[in-house]
Design a protein around this ligand. Structure first.
Ligand code: HDL
Ligand code: ZN
Length: 415
């Protein structure tokens, strides 16, 4: 293939980033057999917790308690009125609603009830197909919690697999909320007391091994507060060291750390009430250094952690940074973080995950991120060509496949 001229690079990168299916490594979506756990449609899209936080800043005569007392439809109409009709929809979460509705065929100039009506006759299977096609998404990783009483029966009864939905074993309920879950674990046949004696740790390993066998997860994951430190004398540290790491080492399953949440800084907002705090990257470095044979995926929530994460990843090939998580999933921050990661790591990272909670979001989360990633990549290719490199389209196609999925699958050792 002939080397590209400088002027050909950017359009080629944008075309390939758009045409290459993306594999989305972290979402809260569920395959259809999980029933109501899969959120979809306009009312769920409009009442996404990011928008609940935003609407609480508008008409303060409507308290969070009053808002949560509304029906889902009333909540959606309230949000639509306050955040779209009465104020410009310029936030990322609001723009996302418009992008998704428009891409899926709705007319957002219509009154909201007409938008809702447009989707009324869809089945969930039809919507899954339409959304995955519109997003050019080959598959997503779910967030699967064996301690969720609504989800566990689906795994225990078994279900018809949809290869677009892969599992991740989410273990906050063990690592962070053991005291709240000790009885539930006991009822599931696992005696794990917060005392964390040897038998408790052995039971924690059995729990993880059993559910890893049942779910065949691509990774195990936990969301940890900004205060997480390793090692320390906390239950979380002890369970990571004595239960999670041994099972990851034995099974080859990577461990995904998601660090930096200040949980419920405003409890009245419920799921929308979490904040962000600077985490400790040194704790992750120690985990990577102590366990070179275990692979760690890492995303941190604070912008001020991102440079240290990229530098730490340069030191540990068993550490793979991923995504611009949650409060970082905004165009100005995605650009800043992605350019820095390319400059420090080349293409050896995962630029984005969607974190979708609502199926329809898959469309906007990726159509918003793809062009930003493309521009950052194109800029670096242009600089390499100016330095003399004979760049071909095949090389760009290879790198785009890497950052949109292959880096992940090579790292987790699966396809
Ligand atoms: O813990 C997580 O996986 C976070 O992504 C939370 O679910 C958070 O509420 C969220 O949806 N962020 O986008
Ligand atoms: Zn998430």
């Amino acid at each position: 293939m002939n080397p590209l001229a400088i002027a050909q690079i950017r359009p080629t990168v944008h075309r390939l980033i758009t045409e290459t299916p993306v594999f989305d490594i972290h979402t809260h979506l569920y395959a259809a057999p999980f029933g109501d756990l899969l959120l979809w449609g306009p009312d769920e899209l409009v009442t996404y917790h990011y928008l609940i936080a935003e609407v609480s800043r508008t008409d303060r005569s409507v308290s969070p308690e009053a808002f949560y007392g509304m029906t889902k439809q009333q909540q959606a109409e309230h949000i639509w009125q306050r955040l779209f009709i009465e104020h410009g929809p310029v936030s990322e979460a609001r723009r996302g609603v418009l992008t998704a509705l428009t891409a899926l065929g709705a007319d957002v100039t219509q009154p909201y009830p007409a938008i809702r009506e447009y989707f009324a006759s869809r089945t969930v299977e039809q919507h899954i197909d339409a959304v995955f096609a519109a997003a050019n998404c080959s598959g997503v990783v779910m967030t699967n919690d064996p301690l969720d009483d609504a989800e566990r029966p689906v795994w225990e009864q078994g279900f018809a697999e949809d290869k677009r939905f892969r599992a991740a074993l989410r273990i906050d309920g063990l690592l962070v909320f053991l005291e709240k879950n000790a009885e539930r674990l006991q009822s599931m046949g696992y005696t794990i007391s917060p005392a964390l004696g040897e038998s408790d740790l052995a039971e924690a390993r059995r729990f993880l091994s059993d559910w890893a066998k049942k779910m065949d997860p691509l990774y195990m994951a936990v969301s940890l507060p900004d205060s997480f430190r390793y090692p320390d004398d906390s239950m979380t540290s002890k369970l990571i060291k004595e239960a999670v790491i041994p099972v990851c080492r034995e099974t080859g399953i990577p461990f995904a750390l998601m660090i930096g949440v200040k949980r419920l800084i405003n409890p009245a907002l419920k799921l929308a009430g979490d904040g962000v705090g600077r985490g400790d990257v040194g704790s992750v470095a120690r985990l990577c250094d102590e366990n070179p044979e275990v692979n760690f995926l890492l995303t941190m929530l604070a912008l001020e952690n991102q440079h240290e994460v990229a530098v730490t990843a340069r030191k540990f090939p068993n550490l793979l940074p991923f995504g611009c998580w949650w409060f970082l999933n905004d165009p100005s921050l995605i650009e800043q973080i992605t350019r820095m990661r390319l400059e420090l790591l080349g293409t050896s990272f995962i630029p984005q995950h969607s974190d979708c909670r609502v199926l329809d979001q898959l469309v906007y989360k990726w159509s918003h991120s793809r062009p930003i990633i493309a521009d950052c990549l194109a800029e670096k290719y242009e600089m390499a060509v100016k330095a003399g490199w004979p760049l071909t389209e095949a090389e760009i196609a290879r790198d785009v496949k890497d950052v949109l999925g292959e880096n992940f699958f090579r790292f987790v050792g699966k396809s």
